[in-house]
Design a binder for this molecule. Structure first.
Ligand code: SD4
Length: 326
């Protein structure tokens, strides 16, 4: 393929929405330049990542802490009443109960997570408490809720959001047990960030699969599956059908591939190929990865088209369409 045709192909595959007034001419567009590098750099999954990144960028400017940035950034999504896949307003399990999963990780290897937790508005902050104030990595269910109470987190009334309740009532008409993430049904936020000094951190938070079995936990709170960060190499996060991501330790796999010399883009592509091989019948199911290395290069790849991510750096901010296998 000629260079010009390659360039055009990349241009089409990487359609980028540049928000008015936010991007300088130096803003790099994913795929236009092969090895663009940014420090600091914040990346988040999906459209809601734009608002989350704004907050993370502001917090990074104020505190200089990349872990503060990735925590406070995704708290915006956890509070967003329009989001049906993150936070207490998310879609419930098949019993009508909302249970949340979240994880946070720093580049030095510290990490914390909570899963199957109820009535806590900001599971990401609870995960950070686990990381910083306990000798453990993961707390689950009622134990995580008790820890929240002990730490003074407000406990919210257990009540579905009007939008979630409406969707649940509709689902119950057939109660079809199909806990899949198809190409349209997704929203988990995974955020990874790099500061000026090369420190990385990441966060991931979700209400998980809609109408899942009570007790089901996805990839998001599992260190190495939904999130992995290592200051020596880079960071990765995942979205989509958690079961498919757990089977390949997706985020850890990407960081290890980068350690062996792959670019973030190559590592994400290899992880998606592995995921497809290990998950027969994946055709209707979506999963996507987002990664950066310690030099501030980034990459993203998904099983199907439709996955996008938000990017924020000194040059501006953009919503970028990921490339995909199919
Ligand atoms: C899960 N990975 O619980 C999450 C769901 C998700 O976009 O990412 N949705 O399986």
């Amino acid at each position: 393929m000629s260079d010009r045709r390659k360039f055009l192909k990349n241009t089409i595959l990487s359609s980028v929405l540049i928000l008015p007034g936010t991007v300088s001419s130096a803003m790099s567009l994913n795929g236009f330049k092969k090895r663009e590098k940014h420090k600091p750099l914040i990346l988040s999954t999906w459209n809601h990542g734009m608002a989350a990144n704004d907050k993370a960028w502001e917090v990074l400017g104020e505190t200089g802490s990349i872990v503060d940035a990735v925590e406070k950034g995704v708290m915006v999504t956890e509070s967003d009443l329009k989001n049906l896949s993150v936070g207490l307003q998310g879609l419930p399990d098949r019993e009508g109960i909302v249970t949340l999963d979240a994880s946070i990780m720093k580049g030095d290897g510290s990490c914390g997570s909570v899963c199957f937790v109820r009535q806590v508005k900001h599971p990401i902050s609870l995960a950070r408490k686990v990381m910083e104030d306990t000798p453990h990595v993961m707390l689950a269910g009622e134990g995580a809720r008790q820890f929240a109470i002990q730490e003074g987190f407000p406990i919210e009334e257990e009540k579905m959001s009007p939008a979630a309740e409406k969707a649940y009532i509709k689902w119950k008409e057939k109660s079809e047990y199909k806990p899949i993430i198809n190409i349209e049904n997704h929203d988990t936020i995974g955020m990874i960030g790099l500061d000026e000094n090369g420190n990385l951190a990441g966060s991931c938070t979700t209400s998980g699969l809609a109408y899942k079995m009570h007790g089901r936990v996805g990839d998001s709170p599992i260190i190495g599956a939904g999130l992995y960060v290592d200051n020596e190499v880079g960071a990765a996060t995942a979205t989509g059908l958690g079961e498919s991501i757990i089977k390949v330790c997706g985020s850890f796999l990407i960081v290890e591939l980068m350690r062996q010399g792959r670019t973030p883009q190559e590592a994400c592509e290899e992880a998606v190929k592995r995921l497809i091989r290990k998950n027969k019948g994946i055709d209707g199911i979506q999963a996507g990865f987002l990664a950066m290395n310690k030099d501030g290069e980034h990459g993203a790849y998904a099983v199907h088209p439709g996955f996008n991510f938000a990017m924020h750096h000194k040059g501006g901010k953009a919503l970028v369409d990921s490339k995909s296998k199919f």
